[in-house]
Design a protein around this ligand. Structure first.
Ligand SMILES: Cc1cc2nc3c(=O)[nH]c(=O)nc-3n(C[C@H](O)[C@H](O)[C@H](O)COP(=O)(O)O)c2cc1C
Length: 194
């Protein structure tokens, strides 16, 4: 059982990475194999909108996102993690998600990617996020974007792991309860598939 975490935070060791690490530790303690990928460490370009993927089901770009999308398809739990930037996910994560258009094309246009109902039921997608402010709806704009990608990639998506108000709480290193909660959520979510 493999849990793949993809972090869209440009800040290494920041709030999002801290709670994501706790989530992954929880998943590991539940018995899962885990891997975390930081998008900031990868080299990739944004989708060019050429629509070539709609003809052949293959992206014309070949870079670090190419193997990562294949890894996504072999994960049992996929965690998309991002801080909130300007009321939504970071450009790093959105850039990755746009590159997932090739999965959408394979699923709906070339029909070379199919997921059975059984597959979707047994694959869990999670959106994990932190924000500076604890304002109403601070995460709302990110949800449909995460949902679109997770559904295209064959995951059921019901679980959000959210930590608002990091500014007033002093950050994840000070607000240690956030990591405790992330750990428990990781253990519980991975435990569903073990
Ligand atoms: C460019 C930028 C934009 C941000 N926009 C928001 C925002 O719209 N709403 C909010 O609550 N916090 C916002 N924040 C604060 C971050 O979401 C918050 O500090 C988060 O926990 C940072 O996570 P990180 O340490 O993983 O980078 C912003 C931070 C940056 C750097």
């Amino acid at each position: 059982m493999k849990v793949l975490g993809i972090s869209g935070s440009p800040r290494k060791g920041g709030n999002t990475e801290t709670v994501l690490a706790a989530f992954m530790k929880g998943a590991e303690d539940a018995g899962a194999e885990t891997k975390t990928v930081r998008l900031v460490d990868l080299s990739y370009r944004n989708c060019r909108g050429c629509n070539a993927c709609c003809k052949k089901g293959v992206c014309v770009l070949s870079d670090d996102i190419t193997p990562l999308l294949e890894e996504v398809l072999s994960a049992d739990v996929l965690v998309l993690a991002s801080p909130i930037y300007s009321m939504t996910m970071t450009a790093d994560l959105k850039g990755f998600i746009d590159r997932g258009q090739v999965l959408w094309a394979r699923k709906f246009i070339t029909k070379t990617l199919k997921f059975s109902d059984e597959h979707v039921k047994s694959h869990i997608g999670v959106f994990l996020s932190t924000s500076g402010k604890d304002t109403p709806h601070v995460f709302d704009a990110a949800f449909p974007v995460a949902r679109a990608f997770l559904h295209d990639a064959g995951f059921s998506y019901k679980d959000n792991v959210l930590f608002p108000g990091m500014d007033e709480k002093g950050g994840a290193k000070v607000w240690t309860e956030s990591s405790d909660e992330a750990y428990a959520r990781g253990k519980e979510i991975a435990g569903r598939l073990i």
